[in-house]
Design a protein around this ligand. Sequence first.
Ligand code: FES
Length: 131
Amino acid sequence: MCGSPLTTTTLFEYRFDSEVPILQPKIAVCNGCCCGRVDKGNKEIPVQKLKQAWKEKNLGNDVKLSISTCLGPCSRNNVSLITIDSNRIWLGSLEEEHYDSIIDWAQQISVNSEHTEIPENLKSQRFIPLS
Ligand code: FES
C-alpha cells in the first residue's frame, strides 16, 4: 500500500572482522509505488546501475544494499534510507547524481569502514519524516 511504512528489513547484521562487532551500514533505496514511477512524474531509480556497482565493486561486504518497496514518506520521492549503527538518515528528491554519490559513499566505506560520513550533495537531501 502506498505510503505505508516499511515493515520488514534485516536491521541487524554484524561484521566480525574487528574485535568489537560493528553494525554494517545499510542503504534501502525505495523503488516502490511512487519513487521511481515515471508515470507519476518522478525520476527513474537506477536500480541496475546500483546493483551492478555493488556487484562489480564488491561493496556488499561493507554496505548492505536493499532495493525496497515503499518506505513511507512518498511525498519526498525519490527516497532512500541510510542506517549507520542506530542512526537513520532519510534522503529525498534523489536524482542520478545522488545515486552516484551513494555508490561513492559505499566505496569510501569499503576502503575505510570508519569513514561513514555521507557526501555533501547527499546532506542537502536529508529530511526528517513526520512520525
Ligand atoms: S514509494 Fe513510498 S517512499 Fe518511496
